[in-house]
Design a protein around this ligand. Structure first.
Ligand SMILES: Nc1ncnc2c1ncn2[C@@H]1O[C@H](COP(=O)(O)OP(=O)(O)OP(=O)(O)O)[C@@H](O)[C@H]1O
Ligand SMILES: [Mg+2]
Length: 131
């Protein structure tokens, strides 16, 4: 792991979403991420984590795994689960909800990778730094 990379593994529940948010907000402050960029990224993290709880694990037990790092003014974020896995057929625009759309809009790059068990959502975003 790189020096300023963090990894959170936290039980999947809606209650824990606010804990994730608070921890990552502190990380962004520590890394001098601009407030507006931080807010946008936290919104994406909320959406992806909520999806893990609701869709990945369908409210059953499991872990939300989040990795985040800042390198050269770019935040790399991975939100991962070991849940039921991502069904591509759900991606049609009519059926899609807001969460993944928000992630795409905020991100410079956003990819969804299927794992053997579960799904990995990867995002990169160039951010401003405050001095
Ligand atoms: N972690 C995940 N595991 C499995 N499927 C997922 C996961 N995240 C998203 N999906 C699938 O992608 C779809 C779109 O997600 P999105 O967040 O855009 O919409 P939503 O969660 O259905 O609605 P909203 O976010 O607007 O409340 C979901 O309905 C679900 O089928
Ligand atoms: Mg959603």
């Amino acid at each position: 792991m790189k020096e300023n990379e963090i990894k959170l593994t936290i039980p999947s529940s809606l209650q824990n979403i606010s804990i994730i948010r608070a921890m990552i907000k502190a990380y962004f402050e520590h890394e001098h991420v601009d407030k507006g960029d931080s807010f946008q990224l936290l919104t994406v993290i909320d959406e992806l984590s909520t999806n893990v709880v609701e869709h990945g694990y369908k409210y059953s037990r499991g872990n939300i795994i989040i990795r985040i790092e800042k390198e050269d003014h770019v935040i790399s974020l991975v939100v991962e689960d070991n849940g039921i896995g991502f069904d591509d057929s759900k991606l049609s625009k009519e059926e899609g909800g807001l969460g993944l759309q928000i992630a795409r809009n905020v991100a410079d790059t956003f990819t969804i990778e299927k794992k053997e068990n579960g799904t990995m959502f990867r995002l990169k975003k160039k951010i401003r730094e405050v001095v």
